[in-house]
Design a protein around this ligand. Structure first.
Ligand SMILES: *Cc1c(COP(=O)(O)O)cnc(C)c1O
Length: 377
């Protein structure tokens, strides 16, 4: 069996182990310590825009705390991009709030401002507490349009930037746009702490409160005293060490992923029926975390997404259909959805190609060999 080519794997630089060793030699093997503070500062400095950062155990935990900070309660309503990973939606359900799913637009594949506004107008009598758009696969959503609607109706935005660290919109980094923003450092993301996440905001009160809530909401007293329910969501100081090292190579990783994307584009240039998730203008800069394509069988001479995926699988190469829209998931059956079925169509024909920043030339040769055979190039 040939060695496996994965969709996206961790890509560690030279210094991560040094910071981890520092945690060991100073015995800060805990969810508190100097690496955490440093990691948070490095992220805030990278994102600019006056933001502050709270490092957490996962991106999902960051979404959960964001909802808590915005005072989202059981039976409230949250407007969520349907085309996403369950990490976006699960925390809304932990709280027992209602979700209204919003479709994507065709341009960025992210939250459609028109469907969003319709969903709000139709539900003005309901307590809508937050909007959660996502920069899917690293592509910035239409930040200005969503922001306008957020301001018009006074509904805060939780920016899910889990896949978009290193991306930007109008030269401002993704992760710096939301009333609260969320990052993930899971193993498959553009940089990783093996598992981890962060909550980011310009609002220092939110960030301080997130630090408080993520460490079991302990009041300042010598004994353990609690006036609120907290969580055990803080990042470990050991893992923050990996994160500091990874931030040093982030721009390199963005470059490598964008180069992968370019390679695929060149390959498919003369093949009809293949389109890419693409930056619509110079305002949008994607980290191209994953290269995502649409395969239209009417134009490829009948070749389908599944044909390509299975051909890869037979050569031990991982590729993956696009996220299955959450409003189509069994667990969210019967949940309201506003849209025209754009994300359903994307899901039907879409495929994520192997996109790791550490893919070798030899691995690309194997990938292109499969594609050449199937597209008779
Ligand atoms: C990865 C991801 C999350 C959750 O992050 P975890 O760190 O895995 O909990 C949330 N939203 C999106 C869009 C993601 O891709």
């Amino acid at each position: 069996m040939k060695s496996k080519i994965w969709l996206s794997t961790p890509h560690i630089g030279e210094n991560e182990i040094k910071y981890v060793n520092e945690a060991f030699s100073s015995n800060w093997i805990s969810p508190v310590g100097p690496n955490i503070d440093k990691f948070e500062n490095v992220i805030s400095d990278y994102l600019v825009n006056n933001v502050k950062t709270c490092a957490l155990s996962s991106g999902t935990a960051a979404i959960h705390l964001s909802l808590e900070l915005l005072n989202v309660k059981k039976d409230d309503f949250v407007l969520v991009q349907s085309f996403t990973f369950c990490g976006t939606t699960n925390p809304v359900s932990y709280i027992g709030a209602n979700i209204i799913f919003v479709d994507s637009e065709k341009i960025t594949w992210n939250m459609c401002p028109i469907s969003l506004e319709k969903a709000i107008k139709d539900n003005l009598d309901k307590p809508i507490k937050a909007i959660i758009p996502v920069h899917l696969y690293g592509m910035p959503y239409q930040v200005d349009e969503i922001k306008k609607i957020s301001i018009k109706y006074s509904i805060p935005v939780i920016e899910d930037s889990a896949e978009a660290l290193g991306s930007s919109y109008k030269s401002i980094k993704c992760g710096a746009f939301g009333d609260i923003s969320v990052l993930s450092f899971n193993g498959n993301k553009i940089i990783t702490t093996s598992g981890g996440g962060a909550l980011v905001s310009k609002n220092t009160e939110y960030v301080n409160k997130a630090k408080f809530l993520s460490t079991q909401a302990r009041d300042s007293a010598a004994h353990y005293q609690h006036s609120e329910i907290g969580y055990n969501y803080r990042m470990s100081n050991v893992l923050a060490g990996i994160g500091i090292g990874q931030m040093e190579v982030l721009d390199k990783r963005v470059h490598q992923r964008r180069r992968n994307n370019h390679r695929y584009r060149q390959f498919f240039e003369d093949i009809p029926g293949i389109t890419f998730q693409t930056e619509p203008s110079n305002d949008f800069f994607s980290n191209y975390w994953l290269t995502a394509i649409i395969i239209e069988p009417e134009l490829t001479g009948g070749i389908t997404r599944e044909d390509v995926r299975i051909a890869f699988e037979n050569e031990n190469i991982e590729s993956r259909p696009l996220w299955k829209p959450m409003h189509l998931q069994p667990v969210y059956k019967g949940t309201q959805f506003y849209g025209e079925g754009v994300c359903e169509k994307l899901f039907k024909n879409g495929l994520c190609l192997p996109s790791g920043s550490n893919l070798t030339n030899h691995e690309f040769e194997r990938i292109f060999k499969v594609l050449k055979k199937i597209f008779k190039k």
